[in-house]
Design a binder for this molecule. Structure first.
Ligand code: ADP
Ligand code: MG
Length: 337
């Protein structure tokens, strides 16, 4: 019987940094699927970058192993040149760009001079994939931050790595550029079978971009799943709070909102409250109205309990107006707030 070899396997990996409290990564086991986008999410300091650096071989694990295509990934204690040859990493800081050279040369210079036709064709292909072809004659110094980040990704991809590691590379890119870049990355993954492992703390980004999510808390994996699974059925409150906009209640307060539960903690997403004209239950006061473009976020108050609600009927409600609300869905957790 032939066994299918896992693409990238992290087995019981621990890496701890010196200090009074634990910091690093604790007994992490994980399989990364080939040709998919895996996003690692978690609060600041939860170990996301440490895990990414371990996968790439930039740091050495204290315990455990990482296998890539059946071979062990070695850290800098064993390897002279850190970083796996078939992986590339892009971070916010990874600015190896030559600011006075053109976009084209910044990318083409990474390919050998021995086959000029291939060099030209491959550079064109990668610039095209990253929507940079129109900018190929521009100097890096004359590009926006978002365009430079695209060039960094083009440089990472031109040598044809099997894995692209992204450590919050879109943070400094404005929203409109960011969406286009995410779309381009998704398309590259679909067209080329590239595997992407990314770290992000932007819920919108991971929900729309990732195929698989890995949730880290204090160096440990809390849960994994698809964005849909973890958004709708998170096992942990921590996950729900990372991914969704909502309000957390103690079970007792939730009961006073008319929810039937014996859970310790309840979270209600902002989109799961409705204003119900036909009801006389749950009278609340609209304390704040935040205009968000195509919707409003209302902050409602009921006997000192405050919660957020999304209202798509813009301008319909007034400040201090009293409304009756209905809860269409809630999540129960056994953790305390
Ligand atoms: P994240 O990327 O999720 O913000 P990191 O992986 O960078 O988290 O860091 C996880 C924890 O390990 C943090 O508490 C951080 O302070 C600590 N840490 C990271 N790198 C080092 C280091 N080189 N030396 C000491 N502590 C570190
Ligand atoms: Mg980090």
């Amino acid at each position: 019987m032939t066994e299918i070899q896992p693409f990238l396997q992290i087995i019981q990996v621990t890496k701890s940094y010196q200090g009074t409290v634990f910091s690093g990564i604790k007994e992490v086991s994980l399989e990364i699927k080939q040709g998919k986008i895996t996003a690692i999410i978690g609060q600041s300091g939860s170990g996301k970058s440490t895990l990414l650096n371990l996968i790439y071989g930039l740091i050495t694990a204290d315990e455990g192993t990482i296998n890539f295509l059946g071979e062990r990934v070695w850290g800098p204690d064993v390897k002279l040149i850190p970083g796996h040859e078939q992986m590339k990493m892009v971070t916010q800081q990874s600015d190896h760009l030559n600011h006075y050279a053109k976009v084209w040369d910044n990318v083409a210079s990474l390919l050998p001079n021995t086959n000029l036709d291939y060099r030209s064709a491959k550079t064109t292909e990668v610039l095209q994939q990253l929507s940079l072809l129109d900018l190929k004659e521009r100097r890096i110094a004359d590009l926006s931050g978002g365009e430079r980040q695209r060039v960094s990704i083009a440089r990472a991809l031109v040598s044809g790595p099997k894995v692209l590691l992204l450590d919050e590379p879109f943070n400094q890119v404005d929203a409109s550029f960011r969406e286009q870049l995410q779309q381009d990355i998704r398309q590259i993954v679909q067209q080329t079978g590239l595997t992407v492992i990314m770290v992000s703390h932007d819920p919108q980004e991971v929900l729309s971009l990732a195929d698989e999510l890995v949730v880290l808390k204090d160096g440990e994996i809390v849960e994994t799943g698809t964005p849909q699974q973890l958004y709708h059925q998170p096992k942990k409150l921590y996950t729900a709070k990372l991914l969704a906009n909502g309000t957390v209640f103690t079970g007792i307060k939730a009961v006073s909102l008319g929810i039937v539960t014996d859970a310790k903690t309840v979270m209600i997403y902002a989109e799961d409250f409705l204003i119900d004209k036909n009801s006389t239950e749950n009278l609340c006061t609209i304390e704040t109205i935040l205009f968000k473009g195509f919707y409003e976020e209302l902050i409602l108050e009921q006997e000192e309990i405050r919660f957020k609600m999304i209202n798509r009927e813009i301008g319909k409600y007034q400040l201090n107006e009293k409304v009756n609300i209905l809860v269409s869905r809630f999540l129960s957790f056994e953790e305390t707030v």
